[in-house]
Design a protein around this ligand. Structure first.
Ligand SMILES: Nc1ncnc2c1ncn2[C@@H]1O[C@H](COP(=O)(O)OP(=O)(O)OP(=O)(O)O)[C@@H](O)[C@H]1O
Length: 360
């Protein structure tokens, strides 16, 4: 049995959703990192407040777990408006969207997660709604069909996407502002972790936090998830504390320390760079089965038994960012760092592949 994927990027259970909810920053000031995006949003919200109008529509683009939902909630909170949440996969017909839009109260913030997965017919309805706060509802079919215009209450749409390239240009152009969320630096992640540890009243030493920060793929969701597993580990194995007495409890084991982090992350199959089982199988497939590449996305997906979309939107962005993978017009190619990280000798590997190709 393989270890559960700690670094998988969507919340996996009700308990995890509740855990994420408890740790979500509620204001822009509490939101760690992404300084440029925070500044841009602040300006946009202040200008709208000064003119007493709904803020412009906002598109949040970036890999999963970087804070898009959190920012949508903050936009509503900071502009003193209520938030309605939906997602692209839940809007499969224009009628679904019409029902949602026509029930918005004036000034409401509508958050559509995974907006790139909305039905095409709904997308087209959204163009008019975003621009003129109006939709046309089709009644009847065929030659007798008529369209009835319906005025909507003004609203702010906040769309989130992990694949902004899939959004049609007319939709992308209707957002007044697009925020591109970047992976977080280790200092920022340490701050995210220190904040979460304080909220969870978890006693953990600074070196342990720094170690987790370096192993969470630049992603706050994974940072919080790893923290939770380390907390479990330290609870079950109190001897993995830092050894320093905790002033508050007087306990001899002290705060959770580096040993707990190393042991918990090894148990959950997260390596020194934060790569998890899927990251490693993608890289190993490229290195061993395809001689380092180039290999096409679909072939790669079949070879590791995973959806191409997951590889493209979840696995690759981080591997590209840490310089292990490049995308070329001919396919994915592993870099020298990837060969080194896996300790595979490129020449020896090429020799083996020739033998296989010759049927020897
Ligand atoms: N800048 C941040 N500071 C502190 N915590 C953060 C930050 N960004 C995200 N988090 C935490 O990470 C978790 C995931 O964030 P969120 O749900 O907003 O990500 P997302 O980008 O919407 O993910 P998805 O694309 O899967 O919907 C939340 O628990 C949130 O508290």
């Amino acid at each position: 049995m393989t270890a559960p994927d700690l670094a998988r990027l969507t919340p996996e259970s009700e308990a995890e959703l509740a855990f994420e909810g408890a740790l979500r920053p509620k204001t822009l000031a509490e939101f760690v990192g992404q300084a440029r995006v925070r500044g841009q949003l602040q300006l946009l919200l202040r200008a709208a407040a000064m003119q007493n109008r709904t803020p412009d529509h906002i598109l949040l683009a970036g890999p999963p777990g970087l804070g898009k939902t959190t920012l949508a909630m903050i936009v509503a909170q900071e502009s003193g408006r209520s938030l309605r949440m939906s997602s692209g996969p839940a809007i499969q017909h224009a009628g679904d969207l019409a029902a949602l839009l026509s029930s918005l109260v004036p000034g409401e913030v509508l958050f559509i997660d995974e907006i790139h997965r909305m039905a095409r017919s709904a997308e087209e309805m959204l163009y008019l709604a975003m621009e003129d706060f109006r939709i046309d509802i089709m009644v009847g079919k065929g030659a007798g069909a008529t369209s009835i215009p319906l005025d909507l209450a003004p609203f702010t749409l906040v769309g989130a996407t992990t694949r902004s390239g899939l959004l049609p240009n007319p939709l992308r152009d209707r957002f007044g502002f697009t925020a591109h969320l970047e992976f977080y630096g280790t200092d920022e992640l340490e701050e995210v972790l220190a904040r979460a540890a304080a909220l969870l009243e978890l006693d953990i030493d600074r070196r342990a936090l720094a170690e987790i920060a370096g192993r969470c793929r630049g992603t706050p969701r994974i940072a919080n998830r790893l923290l939770r597993r380390v907390r479990d580990y330290a609870l079950v194995h109190p001897s993995t504390g830092s050894g320093e007495a905790t002033p508050s409890t007087g306990s001899g084991t002290g705060p959770a320390g580096l040993d707990a982090v190393h042991a918990a992350l090894e148990l959950y199959d997260v390596d020194a760079l934060g790569l998890d089982r899927l990251d490693r199988s993608v890289l190993e497939a490229i290195l061993v089965r395809f001689d380092g590449g180039p290999v096409g996305l679909n072939t790669l997906a079949v070879s590791v038994g995973e959806e191409a979309e997951t590889i493209e939107s979840v696995v690759e962005p981080f591997l590209v960012r840490i310089g292990m993978l490049t995308r070329t017009p001919r396919g994915r190619v592993a870099t020298r760092s990837a060969w080194q990280h896996f300790g595979i000798d490129r020449q020896a590997q090429a020799g083996q592949s020739v033998l296989f190709a010759d049927g020897l």
